[in-house]
Design a protein around this ligand. Structure first.
Ligand code: IMP
Length: 179
């Protein structure tokens, strides 16, 4: 299986959870950086997987985002591009200043192409904190709280047990095991 990513953290997690041999884009010498023009996670996951699929080896791609209720689902599919690097969490906290309902969820959609195109999704519900907490993780981890802890206050192991990505990967794993 080829995973349409060169992100080492993602590759490690995919290898660990699926327990199968995964090649990265650089392993197969593919330079793929398609524009993520989809209007939702599913579209973008498909765009990334389809850009790599050549009809022989299965391909995996995923797309994730943070969906905040009080912001009408933003940043959602635009999570990676919501503001300049280093300013995304501050933008969220500013927009939610004084807002009581801080519910939010992370979602991942995986697109897996073998002879067919398959989608698997995973979601985790939580709340947006009032300030950054914790030093682990990446992206919006330090402002997303689940069960009293932000993702950035959890170890990788704790987060990867419950994360949106893990849930989607588990569904893909079930599919692969049934095949
Ligand atoms: P990607 O599709 O996995 O690259 O995720 C897109 C963007 O969503 C990332 O650049 C992050 O800003 C955000 N994101 C996705 N998953 C997480 C997570 O587990 N923690 C924090 N931010 C995340």
């Amino acid at each position: 299986m080829i995973a349409a990513t060169n992100n080492p953290g993602k590759l490690r997690e995919i290898r660990e959870i699926l327990g199968v041999n995964i090649k990265s884009l650089s392993d197969v010498g593919v330079v793929s950086d398609p524009e993520e023009t989809g209007i939702n996670l599913k579209d973008n996951a498909f765009i990334k997987a389809n850009a790599v699929y050549n009809g022989s080896e299965p391909v995996f791609a995923d797309d994730s985002g943070l969906f905040i209720k009080a912001l009408g689902g933003e940043p959602g599919v635009n999570s990676a591009r919501y503001a300049e690097p280093g300013h995304r969490r501050e933008k969220v906290l500013r927009l939610l200043d004084g807002v009581e309902d801080r519910s939010a969820y992370f979602e991942t959609v995986i697109c897996y192409i073998d002879d067919n195109v398959h989608f698997f999704s995973g979601r985790i519900d939580g709340v947006i904190t009032r300030e950054n907490r914790g030093v682990n993780g990446f992206g919006y981890d330090s402002i997303f709280e689940y069960n009293g802890k932000t993702f950035a206050e959890m170890t990788d192991e704790e987060k990867n047990k419950i994360s949106h990505r893990k849930k989607a990967l588990e569904k893909l794993k079930e599919y692969l095991e049934g095949n």
